[in-house]
Design a protein around this ligand. Sequence first.
Ligand code: ASP
Ligand code: MG
Length: 481
Amino acid sequence: MSKESKSSSALVMKFGGTSVGSPKAIEHIIEIARKCRQEWSRIVIVTSAMAGVTNLLVESAERAIVGDEVFISKAEIELQNKHYSIVEKLVPSSAERAQLKQEIKHLSMEFANLCRAISILGEATPRALDAVVSLGERLSVRLLAGILKSAGFPAQFVETTNIVVTDDCFQAAHPNLEETAKNVQNILIPMLMLKQIPVLTGFIGATKEGITTTLGRGGGDYSAAIIGAALPADEVWIWTDVSGVMTADPRIVEDARTIPELNYREMAELSYFGAKVLHPKAVRPVVEVGIPVRICNTFKPEDEGTRVTKNNEAAPKIKNGARGIVKAVTAIQDQRLITVEGRGMLGVPGVAARTFGAVAATGTSVPLITQASSEQSISFSVPNESAEAVLDSLHIAFATELARRDIDRVWATDEVAIITAVGNGLQHTPGVAGQIFSALGSADVNILAIAQGSSKVAISLIVTAKDTEKAIHTLHQFITG
Ligand code: ASP
Ligand code: MG
């Protein structure tokens, strides 16, 4: 898309952990920034921590709780060296290098002090954990801004503790979009008017009182969307290490390819069903204001990637049904299908509530549920490793009904997979489900349960684990380029 005509166009770009994870990756960012400077008049960059750093910080905090001082000291050095080595390769001026290393050293010491405090207390509150894990982005933002500056860009790092206002739900804080928008106007807009490139910490925010919070793991995408909505930006680009969202897992389907365009609802279905390219929460703030999101590959910047747009129109009626309607096929593996069944369940209120109450009590989340109108059984899937605990919990919850034979059986299948076909056209095009089922039938894939997402843009099927690949291949044939 040509941007020459957009004199005040604004682009928010978010770089994920691998995009800032090596000198090579950061060199790509410099090239990307150079190109975008020519095409966009205002650019805001949001960055993740360097790849592996957030995990290291989380592990350090856990080790600190049990007093593992040796781990903390090693982690401090690792943290420092990871960032130093990039500075050494990419910052030619010795004065700038020294300055950056000083800042990195300072934050690494803050890390060690926080961990030692946790170690003395023998516990870490969610608030303390956020103080520790936020250091990854506080480091990377200085690193990236410093490198961009040294490459000649007017880049300036900004900690989003000054911008993204959240509640005090530490570890998974909720942003206050209105307050955040005010800060964006007061802090970012003046920087953009001065032609600066603000480089912001993804993932983190602060309460009204100024205490650091984080938005939950993978929250950097969310940050980019929040900032994009608040500016508002014309587009939000999420730079990662794959060229957008694929039609299927390329490890399973050889000719899987990038989906050029998805609408928000399709994207959300894909996110929930295991295509972990874009955090589903990231979709929300931008959908509301109609800003398109592009997912692109830092290592192959020329690839178009996937555009996620508001476009929600019904797909044109295509004569050959499912072909051209299904856009992606995903699989969630390592599941088991649990069934609560009995003739005494018919018309008895509360069986479903008690079933899912018993499941919830084990801390298990349920990705798929089905019940037919005969009301003689409820089936749902749970991750393999939770199945035994869920069965035990159900046996306890329904002990009386089981004894009375109102419920005959509570049981689990062997391992199964949830296969999901996603496409906006599924909601309007007659016969697509039929074609999907006949194709699977011809391929000799037995379907154990079916659910259509309430969003209606997805159909999910349960198949036995050994049929997973066959089912994915069969459905992938419906995707046309
Ligand atoms: N650094 C954070 C994480 O690894 C946030 C992000 O990268 O999106 O979870
Ligand atoms: Mg991510």
